[in-house]
Design a protein around this ligand. Sequence first.
Ligand SMILES: Cc1cc2nc3c(=O)[nH]c(=O)nc-3n(C[C@H](O)[C@H](O)[C@H](O)COP(=O)(O)O)c2cc1C
Length: 341
Amino acid sequence: MAKAEVRVNLNPSHRFSVAPMMEWTDRHCRFFHRLLTRRALLYSEMVTTGAVLHGRRADLIGFDPFEHPVALQLGGSDPGALATCARIGAETGYDEINLNVGCPSDRVQEGRFGACLMAEPALVGECVAAMKAAVKVPVTVKCRIGIDAQDPEEALATFADTVARAGADRLIVHARKAWLKGLSPRENRDVPPLDYARVYRLKAAHPDLAVVINGGIASLEAAASHLDRVDGVMMGRAAYQEPWRLLEVDPLLFGERAPCASPREAADALIPYIERELAHGVRLAAITRHMLGLFRGVPGARAFRRHLATHAVKPGAGTDVLVAALALIGDRAGEPVTAAA
Ligand SMILES: Cc1cc2nc3c(=O)[nH]c(=O)nc-3n(C[C@H](O)[C@H](O)[C@H](O)COP(=O)(O)O)c2cc1C
């Protein structure tokens, strides 16, 4: 009798991840993304330690087991509070706890966390060490290559050395500086120039530290080319705004079949989830807002978007609204994603 073929996929999920994005990567978004890729690591929105400790925890960090592997991103700079929140996150079932050292908003700066912590590597080291001592799951850090007048060569080297020594399991680097004065958070995602080479040099200098690159990665082809130089790629806006791209992740980066054959199949597969959530009082638009870009480039995509934007927000809107929106898109939506692109 022929020996059964054993296929072990050794590629870790951090090879491709969808970035943490406030207001965007909530639990509905992640459930939807999971219908498009089984393998990508999905990140939560940033949740501050204050919110985890004092807020409505189930609403803030609850998730569906279907979302695994899923990482919780925390915002904070108090080692004790971060350790407690990391433990709460791990007990809730998250597969990884991530610390935000990249957000430049004024509110976050006032709280002395986010990107301004690039100037305080020793404190970030204390935070990482405290979180590591509290949980068994990986503790990771998402940072920039520097802030303001910092020299990225020196600033990122010092930062990475410190967090690696503190035990960080992985460093995710948004490959541009954050300018903390004068730019809005949105501008800080586009205006400071990208410097992928700086991230490649970091990986070359730290062969033992897993390094994930982020920023401006607009296609799966681009993602694949970064993987020659770093351990993983994190995609933000391109994944959210055009989620059909995620159907390429498992075949292209993990050598596996996508969970659904087409964007259309993924939309249909979401309907039972939507029905369940509506029964719990969730509004239709809270879920369908994450699907607006699913059919970009396909005839009828605009009518699909417009129908959802107009009707899904109405009180009492049900899955019939999504079914009607789906009826507006052309036959090509049922084709595999490479053809739809
Ligand atoms: C709407 C939005 C919200 C974001 N919120 C967060 C956040 O909560 N935490 C974080 O680390 N980065 C946040 N980011 C930054 C992204 O994680 C990512 O670093 C950035 O968008 C660059 O990647 P991209 O060019 O692939 O989008 C956000 C980005 C966007 C567009």
